[in-house]
Design a binder for this molecule. Structure first.
Ligand SMILES: C[S@@+](CC[C@H](N)C(=O)[O-])C[C@H]1O[C@@H](n2cnc3c(N)ncnc32)[C@H](O)[C@@H]1O
Length: 325
């Protein structure tokens, strides 16, 4: 077995990821049950827009629950998606990229059948936009509570991308100016470049970007963090990898400090099997689909206290846990 360091794993967010047992159950559903996924608004839109040959190969593979390498003429599908999408090539190159989110959060326009399909899908544009909105709302509430008990609040956005959540929440809460300090941590230079541009554009003073890997920051954060986000990071990690990462970053927090982390659940496969199939077979993205409650357990096994959970509404694909250090 190849030993992969935690930071490499988080960086890659995919690659040679195990095929999740829960997803297997959905791959093995009967064809009649699978048909329903092709008949929702996003599925209908996609299959009406694809060339017939591409549609037939994809549909057949999906119905039979086959992996890309076992499907005859799959290269026709693969090439079509690669050449007619901006999202697919970006995810193939780096499944952990923030760039898909820019489109799913509606900051960047999408064009073409494939990318509009993602935008319409439950797992894509719907759940991700709702997740983004609920994180902003809860962050405001949580930080306002912290600021009732102390004058200043030190916040991290761990794996921030361009820091969309923090940028938006700071814009909407100018009263935080002077009392809140935020560090957005990411390894992607492009994400940081965009984030710094947004911060300048909106005249936000309290956010800075830190180009570091999230797993090696104990010296920088010697138990001085009050609140943090960990969003869009855990979804392709297995249970033990989640525990390892949560354990590692717990050292950054003050006792009582809070971490809000989101992870996908099996509900994504149940509610949007077509998107799950496309992401796995066309992007090679090894997302994990654990039962609801796994993230709570991972937090507890990593030494956090459980501070409750919330979900993005109305899609409810994610378990979003509040951990208390
Ligand atoms: C899917 S994006 C999520 C962005 C943001 N949190 C959001 O939800 O909108 C994941 C981000 O994590 C960053 N990332 C991946 N591995 C990392 C690591 N080891 N340290 C810091 N950032 C990392 C990627 O560069 C990417 O920008």
């Amino acid at each position: 077995m190849v030993f992969i360091k935690l930071e490499q794993l988080v960086n890659a967010m995919a690659g040679d990821r195990p095929f999740c047992r829960n997803l297997r159950k959905y791959y093995d559903l009967s064809i009649s049950k699978k048909k329903t996924y092709l008949e929702d608004a996003a599925g209908t839109y996609l299959f009406n827009g694809l060339p017939e040959k591409v549609a037939n190969i994809l549909k057949n593979g999906f119905f039979l629950g086959l992996h890309a390498e076992d499907i005859k003429d799959w290269d026709v599908v693969s090439r079509y998606f690669q050449e007619n999408s901006r999202i697919i090539p970006a995810l193939r190159a780096n499944p952990g990229t923030y760039t898909m989110l820019e489109q799913m959060y509606h900051f960047k326009k999408v064009s073409g059948v494939v990318d509009n399909y993602f935008l319409k899908s439950i797992a894509g544009g719907q759940a991700l936009k709702c997740r983004y909105e609920i994180i902003n709302k809860k962050m405001k509430e949580h930080v306002d509570v912290i600021l009732k008990g102390q004058k200043e609040c030190f916040i991290l956005d761990i794996g921030s991308g361009p820091g969309r959540n923090c940028v938006d929440v700071c814009r909407e809460n100018p009263h935080w100016n002077g009392s809140v300090k935020i560090e957005c941590i990411d390894i992607d230079e492009e994400a940081i470049f965009l984030g710094e541009k947004l911060v300048r554009q909106h005249g936000i003073k309290q956010i800075v970007f830190v180009k570091e890997t999230m797993t090696r920051l104990r010296k920088r954060y010697p138990k001085n963090v009050d609140y943090a986000l960990l969003i869009g990071i855990l979804c392709s990690l297995t249970y033990s990898e989640k525990v390892k990462l949560l354990k590692r970053i717990r050292h950054y927090f003050k006792p009582g400090g809070k971490l809000v982390a989101a992870a996908l659940t099996v509900e994504m496969a149940r509610k949007d099997l077509l998107c799950s199939y496309i992401l796995r077979e066309l992007c090679g993205w090894g997302l994990q689909y654990p039962d609801f409650g796994e993230l709570k357990k991972a937090f507890e096994d990593a030494g956090w206290k459980y501070g409750g959970f919330f979900q993005e509404e109305p899609t409810k694909l994610y378990e979003i846990v509040i951990g208390i250090a």
